[in-house]
Design a protein around this ligand. Sequence first.
Ligand code: GLN
Length: 275
Amino acid sequence: MKKLLVAAAAVAGSVVLAAGAAGCNNSDKIYVDTNAYFAPFEYYDKDMNIVGVDVDIMELVGKKLGKEVVFKNTDFDVITDNVQSGKKYDCGAAGMTITDERKEKVNFSNPYFTSVQYVIFQTGAMTADGNSTDGKETDYILWSSLAGKKIGVQRDTTGDIYAGDEISSETGALYGTEAAVTQYDNAQLAVDAIGAKQVEVVIVDKLPAEYIVANNSGYQCYALYYDAETATEEQYAICVTKGNNELLDAINEVLAELGTEGINELVSKHLGLGK
Ligand code: GLN
């Protein structure tokens, strides 16, 4: 009897090992899904390595767990599903905003960065509607000023979602004019589409907008506001396959150790690098 039990345990053990080898949770690597066109959070350096704030965070997590960190580039719109399945990826680090819909599929770390939506356009094509009265004193463009504009967004990102929310479900119109929203695979492609005259403006998160404007000549960007005191607001977090609490806990520990100051230092480091 005793022998049988040991045998059963050994079989169970080998099953667990096999599952570990097939999946990624128990391996000595952490597989991270990202979209590497979202500087300063993730971008390709001149040697075509994926670098950025999210990469630095995950490297610290790797160190804590004694695992190698492997970043892979995919389109943003598949990251949540990839992480939900957990087959190829343990987590997604992609300047990803916490949303209720995404929360149904993945677990999120604690938030590590707050962002707002920005609009990019060719220099001089739009003028600011005012200076905000929410204490940030930032020049802004009103969402309603996008009426009649051909808009580019990154597919399934919050820019896409916010723009979609502004489209009337009854008439399909955006501020009384026919909505013209085109989805692109990433922010750089969307901005290239301005140059190609396919769209006039691109809606994207603040720092990637500022980074793109700094690195592509002939563009400007402003914050998007609903009125002088109301902007969009969203929080970035790293998403992890549900059930992988070891990884989630390690990420949260690293984020707590970094704190706001540590994250801001990483942001400055990567904004300063350029391409
Ligand atoms: N923060 C935005 C979102 O989560 C955009 C992220 C990205 O494009 N990498 O939808």
